[in-house]
Design a protein around this ligand. Sequence first.
Ligand code: CP
Length: 306
Amino acid sequence: MSLTSRHLLGLYNVPKEDIGKILDSASSFKEVLDRPIKKVPTLQGKTIVNLFFESSTRTRISFELAQRRLSADIVNFAASTSSLSKGETFKDTARNIEAMKIDMVVVRHQSAGAPQFLSRIVDANVINAGDGRHEHPTQALLDMYTLREKFGTLKGLRVCIVGDILHSRVALSNIYGLKTMGAEVSLCGPATMIPREIDKLGVQVYHRIEDVIPNVDALNVLRIQLERQEGGHFPSIREYHNYFGVTRERLEKAEKPITILHPGPINRDVELSADVADSEHSVILQQVLNGVAVRMAILYLLSQSN
Ligand code: CP
């Protein structure tokens, strides 16, 4: 079993069949995670480099765990302690690492397009672990896996992505992936945080959370990216919470419970109130668990796609 591309750079134009294969394989790998010995020899003899130029907790640990569970040899690279700090270029760093005979590269970078660039200069399979404001395909795939696990299907599922769409790579990957799988996708946030013409991707746009809540099955609540704000998108954190915060009071207006996702890290009581984050309708920790299985599936399928 393999995918149509040898890299996972984003979910734009990724066929439904490939997404289906990843989600189905993830179910098999999730079963491995329930065993007393959570390890299979699938990637024995393969070497994977994790190139993280930007901070990460979930994605980095999740990829590393997935690689260890598949018995791969791994090397972790942190930009801050590398020769990049001595002026070496991204291209030279990548080519030097590849000269050491690696099979796969997982890359997170602050610049949109860095994984695409890397895929043109190295022979290894490249996986995008988040590039600037562009895409974060493995996050969207684990979000979709979690929704499919909960609802049985993505077709016709009504999912609203709430918050800072402008600075979000998670939003774009979710829009591409969910639309491909037949979900109804909407966005909600302040007008200043929703890119103009995004409705051309076939999503409904709302600016009042109260208008969304009665009409959705799930809310994927995005972190307000305080580190990426150039200022002026909303008056204050308190104001944002008052107008767009996902709170128990607001959710109680819905006829049936709404499933809550969040890619993390959460700003508690900013985009999401703490009690909702910890409620029985929150699947945030299931997302984290599923992330390992989904990344195992991606690593396995790409290793078959050479
Ligand atoms: N969801 C996500 O990408 O989290 P990290 O930034 O901690 O990897």
